[in-house]
Each structure stands twice: as structure tokens, then as C-alpha cells.
Design a protein around this ligand. Structure first.
Ligand SMILES: Cc1cc2nc3c(=O)[nH]c(=O)nc-3n(C[C@H](O)[C@H](O)[C@H](O)COP(=O)(O)OP(=O)(O)OC[C@H]3O[C@@H](n4cnc5c(N)ncnc54)[C@H](O)[C@@H]3O)c2cc1C
Length: 494
């Protein structure tokens, strides 16, 4: 799989140089589509591919001409003899979420530095070039004192640099990826970018990685959905196909809907990134808020959806002959890296909204998408607009009052559901023009179950819209826009 990922597909080099017959590096949406495909087969190795791509991005973007020539070029090579895989090491025992507490020391040594100390979580620990954060001797404490460095595994004279991989961590999932602890005993390091700008530089990588993790969550849930549908269509329960049992159908939708929410938001995230890279300020502002929103909610949903897929398969779900338990084990890991859910929720509410006001761009964008969705029934458009506005109002309230910080996770989840409900409706209308509006039906599931659910103790009542939508989604045949429009308009919408 490593050979396929690095040398046949060139995924680590995708944005930086031509791959797969493309004349140039690929744009973010294409890159994420490739991540989506690869991750459905092998999740662990997506990490070395992605960290190599992003470490190369940092070296090529911030490195001196010498660093770019010596390391950057080799990090995007498609030649196994030349390739230097990359990595990013920030986390230490002292500082994970609180990266400003880091202690790794960089001591000047001529035109380079020597590192003394440790890194505690190092994915792709055996890489050829790591980009890491350290504090130059005498620089101030906190994040403002951290500088980025490039640390090669091999020195110019062919000897090994002075660090040891103390051990590989025995983690619960993603075992195809080597995660290690590293001790630096005077290792040679080269400064990357300006002194004390390390966190800002590494954040370029963190944000790109957060978006990619949305796509990887979509891929893992997609795999879980495929497995679940294949099972439910072939298993007979009490004389009937499993897929015809009402509670089985409900469980299948509990995997399908979050999988498609993650796909829509991540594809959209890729497109917003493309626009931001082309210089759009409004896209950059939008990207600022949707990145932590997508990272947080899609990865949390992944844990629930892959867990649900285990239950759907019954006892075989926990037997290693099938992929299910591997999916579940994998799903927990991206919840933690590139910032836990808490850190992404705080980033959304306290920083993106509270400090930068990025929710304004989100509000304008959701209104624009709704106005643009040709064929969307007016009653449903109005309902979505109202829910989107209320979700953003809620997050603004949480951002304004420090005493409400504990609601940051809820606020971030609501933003995600509002974004995904609008995107699914918009996509349903677009694709509906050429014959399949199923995504519009998915939008209504998000609305009814996530954004505007009935009171938990309200009397149960059969919902005609839901039975019809469920049948249309699980039958897997295209649904005309007029039919989907009718389904989202009747019942509680009306
Ligand atoms: C398999 C794996 C590979 C990794 N690879 C890398 C890597 O290659 N490079 C790298 O730099 N890092 C890597 N990490 C580290 C990862 O980014 C950190 O584990 C993560 O940032 C959390 O830091 P921590 O483990 O120190 O936990 P802590 O920061 O100690 O957090 C502990 C708990 O406190 C919570 N918390 C933190 N701040 C707050 C707050 N303000 N309010 C409320 N709760 C809070 C967290 O959400 C969490 O629940 C990896 C982690 C894993 C699991």
C-alpha cells in the first residue's frame, strides 16, 4: 500500500507536482477526493502520505533556497531511492493542547542549531525530514517563543543525526503508522522561517490536516456504510431480508447520514480552500471557521457511525475477519490529533467567532447557497435559513459570554449540522437537475434529527415524510427533484 500511495499515485506530492497524468499539481478538491478513495482501503498509511505532503509544503513555502533544494525537492519525489518522507512534531509531555508549555531547546551552533530534549507523539517517526517546534535558548515562554525547525534524519556526511526513537507507541488503532517517542541529544536542526514564528508556520499544516481529517472521517464512515449495506442486503432475519426490518433501516441511516454530511462538508471545504488559495479574502474567512467545525464534528460522528456498523453486523462485527473493529479503532485516533474536539470547539467559538468574527462570512455563505439552490421548495428554504441563522446566533452568544464556554462543543456541532443541511439541500438541487436529488432528502434528516428535533418525550407519531425518505435512500435508485422536494415540504416543514 505504501508503494501504491507514494509511488503509483504520488499522493504525498499531489499539490506540488504533476501526478497521475495531470499537467500540474492537483487542486484541493481533487487531492481530498484521492484521500477519500485511499482512506477507504487503508487509513493508517494516509497519515505518512499526508504528513509528507504538508511537511514538504512548509519546507517549500518557508524554507531558504538551500533547504528547499536539499530537502523540499526530495520530499515530493516519486523515486523510492530519492524520496524523503516528512513529519511534524509539536507535542511533548509538557505540552500537547497547550503547546506553549513545550520545553525542547534549540541551541545556536554556527548557522544551524542543536536540539536537546524530547518529543512525545511523533507520527511517521522514521521519516527522512521532520518539521518541529523548539524554543531557542533565551526566547520567551509560551507560544510566542517557539520557532520552527527542519530536522533531517541523515547529515550531509551520511551519518545519522543525533536523535533516538526511544520506542514505538503501542496504540489501539492505525497500527500501519509508526508513532514514536523521540529523544534529541544535540541533533542538527535548521531554522524554518522567522524566529519565534513557529506556531504560525505549523498552523498552516494543522489547518490543512484538519480538513483532510474531515475527508478521512467521511471515507471511514463510507466504508462502514458499504459494509453495513452489504450485510443488511444479504442477511435474512426472521424470514425477511435484514434491510426490510424497521430498526435495521433506522440503524443504516444512522451511518449513512453522518457519512454523507462529512462528505459534503469536506468536499465543500476543499473547494473553499481552493478559492482561498486563489486569493479570495471571503473564502479565507470562511475557511477559518469551517475548518475546526468540520474537524470536530465529522471525527466525533465517525466514532459513533463505525460503532453502529459493528452492531449492524452482529457478532461478526467484533471478529477481526471483517474490517469493522479496525474501522472503530481507527476512528478514535483522529479525534485526538490536530487538536482534540475540545480544542477545535474552542478554536471555533473563542477565536474564529469571538476574535475574528468569521461567522459573518458563514452566515452570508449559507444565505447565498440557499438563494442559489434552484428548485428548493420555498417552505424548506425558509426553514433552513431560519435554522442556519439560529445556529450562528447561538454560537455568537456562546462566544460573547465567557461563562458559556462549556457550550462551545454544542455550538460547533450546530454550525456543522447547519452547514451540512444547507450543503446537502444545495447539492440535491444541483444533482437533481440531472436526475438524482437524494441529497435533499438527507438534508431533511439532519434538520429533523440534529437541528430541530421534537421534544424527547413528545408522543411518538408516524412521520410519512420519514418513511418515504428512508425508502428512497435505502433503495439506492435516483430520485427526481420534484419528488424529493415534495418529501421535504410535507409534515413538520409545512
Ligand atoms: C496516534 C497519535 C499520533 C500523534 N501524532 C502526533 C504527531 O505526529 N505530531 C504531534 O505534534 N502530535 C501528535 N499527536 C499528539 C496529539 O496532537 C495530542 O495527543 C493532542 O494534541 C492532545 O494533547 P495531549 O495528548 O497532550 O493531551 P492534553 O493536551 O493533556 O489534553 C488532555 C485532555 O484535556 C482536554 N483539554 C485540553 N485543553 C482544554 C481546555 N482548555 N479546556 C478543557 N479541556 C481541555 C483535552 O481535550 C483532552 O481531553 C498524536 C497523537 C496520537 C494519539
Amino acid at each position: 500500500m505504501e508503494k501504491v500511495g507514494f509511488f503509483e499515485f504520488g499522493l504525498h506530492a499531489a499539490p506540488h507536482r504533476p501526478i497521475l497524468g495531470w499537467p500540474t499539481g492537483v487542486s484541493p478538491p481533487v487531492k481530498f477526493a484521492l484521500h477519500y478513495l485511499f482512506s477507504q482501503a487503508e487509513f493508517g498509511l494516509m497519515c505518512p502520505l499526508a504528513v509528507t505532503e504538508l511537511a514538504a509544503m512548509l519546507v517549500l513555502r518557508y524554507g531558504s533556497p538551500e533547504l528547499r533544494e536539499k530537502y523540499g525537492k526530495r520530499m515530493i519525489s516519486l523515486d523510492p531511492a530519492e524520496l524523503l518522507q516528512g513529519a511534524q512534531f509539536m507535542t511533548e509531555k509538557a505540552g500537547g493542547s497547550d503547546v506553549g508549555a513545550n520545553e525542547l531547546l534549540a541551541v545556536p551552533d554556527g548557522d544551524r542549531f542543536r536540539l536537546h530534549g524530547e518529543k512525545w507523539f511523533c507520527s511517521n517517526a522514521d521519516c527522512g525530514v521532520a518539521v518541529l517546534l523548539a524554543r531557542i535558548d533565551g526566547d520567551p515562554p509560551g507560544t510566542a517563543g517557539l520557532t520552527a525547525f527542519v530536522v533531517p534524519r541523515d547529515l550531509d556526511d551520511g551519518t545519522r543525526n543525533a536523535y533516538r526513537i526511544v520506542r514505538l507507541k503501542d496504540k489501539m488503532g492505525s497500527k500501519s503508522l509508526a508513532s514514536g517517542e523521540i529523544a534529541y541529544d544535540g541533533a542538527v536542526a535548521y531554522m524554518l522561517g522567522e524566529r519565534r514564528r513557529g506556531v504560525k508556520i505549523l498552523l498552516d499544516q494543522v489547518n490543512m490536516s484538519r480538513l483532510s481529517h474531515g475527508m478521512r472521517a467521511a471515507a471511514t464512515m463510507r466504508r462502514a456504510l458499504h459494509e453495513s449495506l452489504a450485510f443488511a442486503r444479504s442477511r435474512t432475519l426472521f424470514g425477511k431480508p435484514a434491510i426490510s426490518q424497521p430498526l435495521m433501516r433506522r440503524q443504516l441511516l444512522q451511518v449513512l447520514i453522518p457519512a454523507e454530511q462529512a462528505l459534503s462538508t469536506s468536499c465543500y471545504g476543499g473547494d473553499v480552500l481552493r478559492r482561498a488559495e486563489q486569493g479570495s479574502n471571503s473564502a479565507a474567512e470562511l475557511l477559518r471557521i469551517i475548518t475546526p467545525v468540520i474537524k470536530m464534528r465529522s471525527n466525533r460522528d465517525n466514532v459513533a457511525a463505525t460503532g453502529k456498523a459493528i452492531e449492524i453486523r452482529g457478532g461478526n462485527g467484533v471478529i477481526e475477519d471483517w474490517v469493522n473493529s479496525r474501522l472503530l479503532r481507527y476512528s478514535f485516533i483522529p479525534v485526538l490529533w490536530e487538536g482534540t474536539s475540545v480544542i477545535n470547539a474552542i478554536d471555533t467559538v473563542r477565536r474564529a467567532i469571538g476574535r475574528e468574527g468569521a461567522q459573518r462570512a458563514l452566515r452570508a455563505e449559507l444565505h447565498r447557497l440557499l438563494a442559489e439552490a434552484d428548485g428548493l421548495p420555498a417552505v424548506y428554504r425558509d426553514r433552513l435559513r431560519g435554522l442556519a441563522d439560529r445556529s450562528i446566533d447561538y454560537a455568537e452568544q456562546v462566544a460573547k459570554q465567557p461563562g458559556l464556554e462549556k457550550y462551545s462543543g454544542l455550538a460547533t456541532s450546530r454550525l456543522y449540522h447547519a452547514l451540512s443541511a444547507v450543503l446537502l439541500a444545495w447539492e440535491g438541487c444541483r444533482i437533481g437537475r440531472t436526475g438524482d436529488a437524494r441529497r435533499l432528502l438527507m438534508s431533511r434528516f439532519v434538520v429533523e434529527h440534529r437541528l430541530d428535533p421534537p421534544s424527547p418525550l413528545a408522543a411518538p407519531e408516524a412521520a410519512a415524510w420519514e418513511d418515504e425518505a428512508e425508502a428512497l435512500l435505502l433503495d439506492d435508485a435516483p430520485v427526481p427533484l420534484a419528488q424529493a422536494g415534495a418529501v421535504v415540504s410535507h409534515g413538520r416543514s409545512a
